[in-house]
Design a protein around this ligand. Sequence first.
Ligand SMILES: Cc1cc2nc3c(=O)[nH]c(=O)nc-3n(C[C@H](O)[C@H](O)[C@H](O)COP(=O)(O)OP(=O)(O)OC[C@H]3O[C@@H](n4cnc5c(N)ncnc54)[C@H](O)[C@@H]3O)c2cc1C
Length: 500
Amino acid sequence: MNDGKTRRTVVILGGGTAGWMAAAALGRFLLGPRWAVTLVESEAIGTIGVGEATIPQLQLFNRSLGIPEADFLRAVEGTYKLGIQFDGWGWRENRYFHPFGFLGLDLEGVLFSHHWLRWREEGGALDYPLFSTETQAAAQNRFGMPPPDPHLPALGYAYHLDAGLYAALLRRYAEDRGVVRIEGRVAAVERDVERGDLRALTLDDGRRVEGDFFIDCSGFHGVLIERALGSAWEDWSHWLPVDAAVTVRSGPLDPLPPYTRSVAYSAGWRWCIPLQNRTGNGLVYVSSLIDHDAAERLLLQEIDGEPLGEPQRIRFRTGLRRRQWLGNCVALGLSAGFIEPLESTAIYLIQVGIAKLLSYFPAADETADMADVYNREMAGVYEDVRDFVLAHWVVNRREEPLWRTVREVEPPASLAERLARFRARGEVLAGWEDLFKEQNWFTILTGQGLWPEHHHPVADRFTFEEIDQRMRALRAAIERRVAALPPHRAYLGRLLGKTA
Ligand SMILES: Cc1cc2nc3c(=O)[nH]c(=O)nc-3n(C[C@H](O)[C@H](O)[C@H](O)COP(=O)(O)OP(=O)(O)OC[C@H]3O[C@@H](n4cnc5c(N)ncnc54)[C@H](O)[C@@H]3O)c2cc1C
């Protein structure tokens, strides 16, 4: 693809979160004497604009770009996130917290959860959430950076952010590094007659934007990957049937929670995401079970405080594009696939796509081999996230029609296997490359009432007294650590130089 002499161009279509994340990363790692980067977007079409909760991996993305955390949080109205509180998922009165970071401390190569299960069977009296710094700090609306402690795991955290402000920050970053932005609406796509590759985009005022490699970040429009290249969309709505959302902003929360809330209802669920000066709210629902007006009324009735502005409605489809890389085009973001925002994974999936694209960026005209590797790996990443999100739905005892249906539909074989393993031995055998690890599965499955029949036999090699002593010492250390953390808003105020 690059003869080493001519300067080639990557054209990114779309200026939502995906487009500007790609532009910033390519501006940082690819743009130079051999490659130029151009981004085309249409303000008239606009962006989805939601996407306010993230997972810890975003720290790595910002770090790779060299954006300091305080600058980032200031620019995006950001707050810290220690995990997600789930209300009503397993059954109506059910509540549990899914934290980032580690649960307890593994001992002699055996997961903490096995030791804890065994300890509980023999009379240990403390619930496992007491062994998570993140869960305990969240319950007290505290946040801070605890000093390193060899006997405790490092704190796991992510951010809540304003997605529009994040795109604006990345746009400044990308343009400062030479990425060229073109405002305009793509009306037609030109393809190479022989190879079928993309050659140029024609805008509705007749301008032509030529490129050698294209990144489709046009969201659900799928302008290049679907409309021009015909790459098929695999529908996952029989497993994950929510297909619409209504969103509205409300005033800031005080005290400021360092966590996202997810509350289940008969026809869907509601998120609550606290930012510095406002709160993001949304109800995700099945449009055949509740109409848009009723969904909007439910959201407005349930949010804390007064709404700021008019509610917005969004339709979406859940699924995966198996061939996300086709010819000289890669899809990122909503044009590549979508899984509802229950575990805040969409921005992460964009990040993984960008990292893999940079790793496999074509060195020559022949891209088919790299495309196969990329598509296989990305499908695995999406399926892993899908299974974890779906597990929240499948493991429930609610009696409304939606909850009964999702429980009764046959899950993907990969999830069925994981659930069976968990029931039998308290672990799903998550792979090293999986986003969600054993502690994540343990927390959400037991949180929703699915308890394993056995713990790992190696956990039996300690005496009860030995384990009991370690459990109590660990609990006391976590308690001390959490008590030393300041309120979330005070910590942010100090970091950003604002009054708390
Ligand atoms: C209800 C909901 C809640 C979500 N919550 C979260 C969350 O909490 N955390 C998270 O990580 N993610 C979340 N997401 C996902 C997140 O919003 C998206 O991953 C993210 O916004 C990326 O979108 P995008 O950039 O792919 O597409 P979009 O934001 O739709 O951007 C598409 C871009 O393409 C341009 N475009 C389209 N067609 C043309 C054309 N013909 N010519 C020129 N330009 C064009 C548009 O102008 C726009 O700039 C959520 C998504 C939904 C639907």
